[in-house]
Design a binder for this molecule. Structure first.
Ligand code: GLU
Length: 549
């Protein structure tokens, strides 16, 4: 029996060859310099900030070069698949407008692109054709090691402080004759297919990573598994080779945890004589924890999960900006010069990524976001708030829609001016800052009057003001002049200089008066522009509020 016979025994129904597939997946017809990237998640967990970071990088690299960004579902690990993971990935991509050009969604039967299937479990025959070729060439072989035997090998390697894996003398079935292998297969023995590695661990090769620079690795000499026995699907290593080759990926952007697999991938590509794509290994996402800097953790840090940003109601713009800011150190400077450009206009450079880790700072995100929201129109903020609260705060959603115009005016306070207020970093913060404008939420407030102020005095100031002075038709100057007039009338001082010189002569000053009015109608000692607030609240609300004190 020859290797070819053995390959036929293992894959009797595989008739297509690698050449056939290469014809089916021709070079992409793209403009010069266009880059092809992909997001290739395994649906075994929920998308976290590290995945998102890589995805944004994928997206910007593809879009800036007029290339292609596609989504590939790496579901070869069926047993570990989590229900809803793919749907969530799709949701995040759509939410952030990082829509892939090519994809396949099984649940809705949607697919786009000529390089599919884009779900690995649907590509079994393709992988088998590539594996069949390797067996025919004597470059891969069935391995019959049982779990128990593997455990014994691992223990011995650990004890002898040797490298873990099936290589050299541990690769017991590497040189089995095709006849012996066929015999075992016919007897129904369980097996995996392993690469017959040609590498020499004592030899080194150089590898250029676009983010990490040039690295040196020993050659791979491990007979890695390329096809599993459980579902006859390839391992990640092999699927990476086949898919990124056939789909013509030019840039593989993936987490730095894959750097250790580079020797395996290098050997696989070499074995087939395929050109390797370029690699951009993305650094770990770090966070400040007290004065320590550590890796962000899915378990400890809520902000590690992408759900966090939606729940909090961060605008998509803010999250992407925060990511771009940590991805490339010159992004912020570029943004200053191009305030309105889409982030995909930025010339992203993997070389400018910090290989030692990307520090993700929530304060920074808040800053970016406050600036961004402050520059929006009130109607835009309203729409965002409406969408967010529909999902996360239904009662508030009803309220803002009941008073849509009123709410929009509240959101407009100190907005259309040269330096707009920077109130909100996220939509979940809005209610906490404007609740007092709604009677429905203004039930039993905690008043923040200055210490020592007696109730009679408060009532006196408020009654005098709203009965004798306040007129909602007054313009701002008139309004302020009247307030000063009343200040003096009630024995307070409207002239701050005079007040400072002779404080004992007065009950207080004009700031104390406006404070009483402010707290009287809002309960808060700090609010945006009191003049506008009074105008918006209007007579009815004000009257009701004064009677509550
Ligand atoms: N499926 C792999 C993962 O989720 C993909 C790595 C890659 O992008 O190549 O980690």
């Amino acid at each position: 029996m020859t290797n070819k016979d053995l390959a036929n025994l293992i894959f009797p129904n595989i008739t297509k060859t690698i050449e056939d597939y290469e014809k089916e997946y021709p070079e992409r017809d793209l403009p010069e310099g266009a880059r092809v990237t992909r997001y290739a998640p395994s649906p075994t967990g929920f998308m976290h900030i590290g995945n998102f970071y890589s995805t944004v990088v994928d997206y910007v690299i593809a879009k800036k070069s007029n290339g292609v960004f596609y989504l590939r579902n790496e579901d070869t690990d069926g047993a570990r698949e989590i229900e809803g993971a793919v749907e969530y990935i799709r949701h995040v991509l759509e939410h952030y407008n990082l829509n892939p050009d090519e994809y396949e969604y099984r649940d809705t039967n949607e697919t786009k692109g000529n390089y599919g299937p884009y779900i690995q479990s649907e590509r079994k025959e393709i992988y088998h054709a590539f594996i069949k070729y390797l067996i025919e060439e004597g470059k891969a072989y069935p391995c019959f090691l049982t779990q128990e035997e593997m455990d014994v090998i691992r223990e011995a390697q650990t004890k002898d402080k040797r490298r873990i894996g099936i290589y050299g003398r541990y690769a017991k079935y590497r040189n089995l004759s095709p006849d012996e292998a066929a015999e075992r297969i016919k007897n129904g023995e369980n097996y995996v297919i392993r690469l017959k590695s040609q590498g020499d661990f004592n030899k080194k090769f150089k590898f250029d990573d676009l983010a990490f620079g040039t690295m040196e690795f020993p050659e791979n000499d491990i007979d890695v598994v390329i096809m599993k026995s459980s579902n006859l699907l390839p391992t990640y290593h092999f699927a990476h080779l086949v898919d990124d080759h056939l789909m013509h990926t030019t840039h593989v952007v993936r987490g730095q945890e894959w750097i250790s697999s580079v020797p395996t991938h290098y050997e696989l590509f070499k074995t087939f004589g395929f050109k390797m794509p370029k690699y951009v290994h993305t650094p770990l996402i770090l966070k400040k924890d007290g004065d320590k800097i550590r890796k962000i953790s899915k378990r400890l840090d809520p902000e590690a999960r992408m759900t966090y940003y939606e729940e909090k109601g961060y605008p998509i713009y803010s999250v992407i900006e925060a990511i771009m800011t940590i991805a490339n150190s010159n992004y912020e400077a570029w943004r200053e010069g191009h305030p309105d450009a889409p982030f995909t206009d930025f010339e992203f450079s993997p070389k400018k990524m910090s290989a030692s880790g990307a520090l993700f700072d929530l304060d920074k995100l808040d800053n970016i976001s406050k600036n961004y929201i402050s520059r929006l129109k009130a109607t835009e903020v309203f729409d965002m708030l409406d969408k967010w609260s529909k999902e996360y705060d239904k009662d508030f959603n009803e309220l803002i829609n009941k008073y849509k115009e009123y709410t929009t005016s509240i959101l407009n306070i100190e907005r259309e001016q040269k330096k707009p207020r920077k109130d909100y970093a996220s939509l979940s913060e809005v209610k906490g800052q404007i609740w007092y404008m709604y009677d429905e939420l203004f039930k039993t407030p905690e008043y923040e009057f200055a210490d020592g102020l007696d109730k009679e005095e408060i009532k006196n100031v408020l009654d005098t003001y709203f009965n004798d002075y306040y007129d909602e038709n007054d313009d701002k100057d008139t309004w302020f002049n009247k307030m000063k007039e009343m200040t003096d009338k009630l024995g307070y001082c409207s002239d701050m200089k005079e007040y400072k010189a002779n404080p004992d002569k007065y009950k207080g000053n004009v700031a104390d008066i406006s404070n009483i009015i402010r707290v009287g109608v809002t309960s808060k000692s700090q609010t945006p522009d009191l003049y506008v607030i009074l105008k918006l609240l209007g007579k009815d609300r004000i009257t009701k509020r004064i009677s509550m004190i």
